[in-house]
Design a protein around this ligand. Structure first.
Ligand code: GLC
Length: 591
């Protein structure tokens, strides 16, 4: 080596580069493919679709939890971190899946749910057994407070006023020992106490066990909840709410960076393989994300931020949806691009198992524009700087589901909210159903639509949640070999990232921030500039670029577009929901 490099650079530069070029595909196993007819997707179902994923071109598969679980929150409540739930298969089948992915050049990222366990995990069973059990302090146990100690009269004796993310208080009283335990999510998901070093050691040991078995990294569930303000203060209570908002006190607590650095040291440091870590971090700010993802700090590779998926809600309340403004979407995503331009790295997503379907939310899922807008959204997202995530079915342009009665829903978040809103907040069933329709999580959890047969080819049995009736025309069988399909468009977008360093590594510059319909930006790297234009409307748009656009785009090459072969339409004119990616290079002579 002639150039002097610091040891960090030598070790980290090549390792980082791979995930900057990569595309991740998320599988929600319960809804992906069912091999045994019990109506629930399983590992063997996934194994049968590996060629489908390979053809799509994705580099990494993130598997939502398949561990042993009572399934209170569809597997995000784990009772054994080192085994596979029989609902999904066996450890041997997981090995087969890992090998099958590796053989096709893909990697496997596991979901790591360690802010909480299931209440049926042996750790919690021990912890609740007595006040002096050695594992008592592995969870957050607190005495009841006096019912009249300043709390609202509607409240009981919980240690503080925090509400659970799944409605009701964040505390559950345990008769056996007369104390409450904390659960930010359901009462079957008690929060682990990361202040206790034994908890941390047990988690790191488990993570090492999985990496030693050949998995390639972790998507870390609500990982910024693991450090809490240990004084557990009351949070503010908003109008019309029964419980306080504890989020300021359990998000990004004082030891957050310390815990992630320790995890990195204990689990990842010294491993030479290409591994991926992504922390799910509700409420994370861009300033903090720089710290979390700065490679020099050795915490995580990237985070999932939530700002752009809160713009269509009043005060971030998903049960009070409002119309999305494109200008706000651009401001938000642009700020994240800028914030992580020099240091750190972005993850890019429109949807996942907790969000509405991308095309229904950000595009137009009407028959006229569904395909065009799904393709446009793919192009816009994947051309940003960062690692894109595709949520199962997004590559088919799958849409939100129109559920009927509350009995059609399966998600604990929806069911608990409906109960609280109708029983305690005075809303009618019809009001609640209408409000929760656009953004509820079950929209994303209907089965993947493989073909037009009964139950969309997902199962031969009775599916655990209804299949979207539009499977008769929106399905994989109709799309995989059709060069004009949404699936084929995703293939092109993914291939473009792999082929063009400017897509993975170029600088990002947002254009036209105030335009209410057009999303426009450039990417630039070493003499190559791409102009990316997306029309977020069903009307024609003419794009006028100001002096910052250095290139004569009128004659630029069209690298990617979502309309049939360009018929000489002016380059800077966009048809409804049109996407154009133009390659420049020729600077205007007068500049
Ligand atoms: C994350 C998961 C979500 C789950 C919650 C509790 O937000 O993505 O599905 O309900 O954490 O584990």
């Amino acid at each position: 080596m002639t150039v002097e490099q610091s040891p960090t650079e030598t070790l980290q530069a090549p390792a980082r580069d791979w995930f900057q070029r990569a595309v991740v595909y998320q599988i929600y196993p319960r809804s992906f493919a069912d091999s045994n007819g019990d109506g629930v997707g399983d590992l063997r179902g996934i194994i049968s679709k590996l060629d489908y994923l390979h053809k799509l071109g994705v580099d990494v598969v993130w598997l939502s939890p398949i561990y042993t679980s009572p399934q209170d929150d569809n597997g995000y409540d784990i009772s054994d971190y080192r085994d596979v739930d029989p609902l999904f298969g066996t450890l041997e089948e997981l090995r087969e899946l890992t090998d099958g992915l590796h053989a096709r050049g893909m990697k496997l990222v596991m979901d790591l749910v360690v802010n909480h366990t299931s209440d049926e995990h042996p750790w919690f069973i021990e912890s609740r057994s007595s006040k002096d059990n050695p594992k008592r302090d592995w969870y957050w146990w607190r005495q009841p407070r006096e019912p009249d100690a300043g709390a609202s009269p509607r409240r009981g004796a919980e240690p503080n006023n925090w509400g659970s993310a799944f409605s009701g208080p964040a505390w559950e009283f345990d008769q056996a020992t007369g104390e409450y335990y904390l659960h930010i999510f359901s009462k079957k998901q008690p929060d682990l106490n990361w202040e206790n070093p034994e908890v941390r050691a047990a988690v790191y040991e488990m993570m090492n066990w999985w990496l030693d078995r050949g998995v390639d990294g972790f998507r870390m569930d609500v990982i910024n909840f693991i450090s809490k303000d240990t004084s557990l203060p009351d949070g503010p209570i908003a109008d019309g709410k029964l419980f306080g908002d504890g989020t300021p006190f359990y998000i990004d607590g004082p030891r957050m960076h310390e815990f992630l650095q320790e995890m990195h040291r204990e689990v990842f440091a010294g491993r030479t393989g290409e591994l991926l870590t992504v922390g799910e971090m509700p409420g994370v700010t861009v300033e903090d994300a720089v710290l979390f993802t700065d490679p020099a700090r050795a915490e995580v590779d990237m985070v999932f931020q939530f700002e752009h998926v809160a713009l269509d809600q009043e005060n971030g309340d998903k049960w009070r949806p409002k119309k999305l403004q494109l200008t706000e979407l651009k401001e938000t995503l642009g700020r994240w691009q800028e914030g992580l331009a020099e240091t750190g790295w972005n993850s890019l997503y429109w949807g996942n198992h907790d969000q509405a379907r991308a095309v229904s939310r950000f595009g137009d899922d009407s028959p006229q524009y569904r395909e065009l807008s799904a393709k446009m959204l793919a192009g816009i997202l994947h051309l940003h700087r960062g690692t894109p995530y595709v949520y199962q079915g997004e590559e088919l342009g799958m849409t939100n589901m129109s559920f009927g009665a509350i009995s059609d829903y399966r998600d604990i978040e929806v069911l608990n909210h409906h109960r609280e809103a109708t029983a305690h907040l005075g809303h009618t069933d019809a009001e609640v159903l209408a409000a929760l329709a656009p953004l509820n999580r079950d929209n994303a959890r209907t089965p993947v639509q493989w073909d037009a047969s009964r139950h969309a080819g997902f199962t031969t049995g009775a599916p655990w949640i209804a299949v979207n009736p539009n499977a008769n025309h929106i399905n994989a069988a109709a799309q995989v070999d059709d060069p004009d399909s949404v699936y084929s468009f995703y293939r092109q977008v993914i291939a473009l990232r792999h082929a063009e360093p400017v897509v993975s590594h170029g600088d990002f510059t947002m254009l036209l921030p105030d335009d209410p319909h057009v999303y426009a930006f450039t990417r630039a790297l070493a003499g190559t500039t791409l102009l990316v234009l997306g029309n977020f409307s069903g009307t024609q748009q003419d794009v006028t670029l100001d002096g910052d656009a250095l290139v004569d785009w009128g004659s630029a090459e069209l690298v990617l577009g979502n309309y049939p072969a360009d018929s000489g339409a002016p380059r800077l004119h966009l048809r409804p929901w049109e996407l154009k990616v133009l390659r420049g290079g020729v600077a205007r002579p007068d500049r």
